[in-house]
Design a protein around this ligand. Structure first.
Ligand code: NDP
Length: 300
């Protein structure tokens, strides 16, 4: 029997996107400002093409300008850096996102460092990493920002709660831990060398899994009533009874069928954290546009 509330990330993200749309209306009406997001894709990786298409579509749906730059796989680092310089200088562009991964001849670090931190809507520039870890006002990586929004919506004030983040990547785990620390949680970060991970999990009021290992976190590792945010997106063979042979499906890092009996609330995969990432990208673009124009973000 299912005990946990299922956190509907799709519905939550739709609300965030609708709010962004309202903010954009106010910005256009009252300030003549149309936020703009430039997305750069190098090469033809099929998954990246889908991400870039979806980001562009969502940007336009929110009433913002979308600028797509598709470059051939053999693009040199110098050519990409030149484009970033142009986008940094373009007044209509408030957010710049370079879709990762990049081809081998291009250094990701060099490219991320070249983006104007004020336009770095992915929040990966070292200035923004530093601002996040020192409690400053930078731009925050989209996936952790989305996770924090869902946690606050569910739990209200997070002060004093024990939070465990499983995973320490620069994209998810570390910024997630910083955000939870900023929200006054007592934060533990676990990784592949952590001992007794199951025991660490059992202590957590908030468990964020960002590992990339299908269903690694078991139901009996979860503290009864805990809030579980599953960032993992793992494609596996569809093992459900009656599934067509050769079909695949997405599962998280948490064993959902077990965890749902123990947790207080849990995000499903798909339909949990995933949709929030694009919604937060749009929200970050509005934030960047308002800061560039020196105006407060409209309350909606
Ligand atoms: P990384 O591979 O960069 O990091 C994975 C982390 O998990 C590492 O810190 C690693 O530890 C840790 N880890 C690996 N194995 C274990 C283990 N057995 N026990 C404990 N920790 C372990 O992944 P990302 O952070 O980029 O992504 C994590 C997951 O989130 C992936 O499934 C990815 O697809 C998904 N994702 C989903 C997004 C969304 O929009 N929903 C956005 C971004 C990611 P160590 O550092 O010691 O190697």
């Amino acid at each position: 029997m299912s005990g946990a509330d299922i956190i509907d990330g799709k519905a939550f993200a739709a609300n965030v996107r609708a709010d962004v749309g309202k903010q954009v209306d106010v910005l256009k009406r009252e300030h003549g400002l149309v936020p703009g997001l430039a997305v750069v894709l190098v090469g033809e990786d099929p998954a990246s093409q889908v991400y870039v298409r979806n980001k562009g579509k969502a940007t336009v749906e929110a009433g913002m300008h979308s600028f797509e730059h598709r470059l051939p796989v053999e693009t040199t680092q110098d050519a990409l850096l030149k484009l970033i310089e142009e986008l940094n200088a373009a007044p209509a562009v408030h957010g710049i996102l370079v879709q990762l991964p990049l081809p081998d001849q291009i250094s990701e670090a060099a490219v991320l460092a070249a983006i104007d931190p004020a336009k770095d809507v992915d929040g990966f520039h070292l200035i923004n990493v530093g601002l996040l870890s020192t409690g400053g006002e930078g731009l925050v990586p989209c996936t952790p920002r989305g996770c924090l929004m869902m946690l606050k919506d569910r739990l209200g004030d997070l002060t004093g709660l024990r939070a465990l983040v499983v995973g320490r990547s620069n994209i998810v785990g570390k910024p997630m831990a910083q955000l939870l620390l900023g929200a006054n949680c007592t934060v533990t970060v676990a990784h592949s060398r952590t001992k007794d991970l199951d025991e660490e999990c059992r202590r957590a009021d908030i468990l964020v899994a960002a590992v990339g290992r299908p269903r690694m976190i078991k139901g009996d590792w979860i503290k009864p009533g805990a809030t579980v945010i599953d960032v993992g997106m793992n494609r596996i063979d569809d093992d459900r009874p009656g599934a067509e042979p050769g079909k695949t499906r997405l599962v998280g890092d948490v064993d959902f069928d077990e965890a749902v009996r123990v947790a207080g609330a849990i995000t499903p995969v798909p339909g949990g954290v995933g949709p929030m990432t694009i919604a937060c990208l749009l929200a970050n673009t509005v934030t960047a546009a308002c800061r560039a124009a020196g105006i407060a973000e409209p309350e909606v």
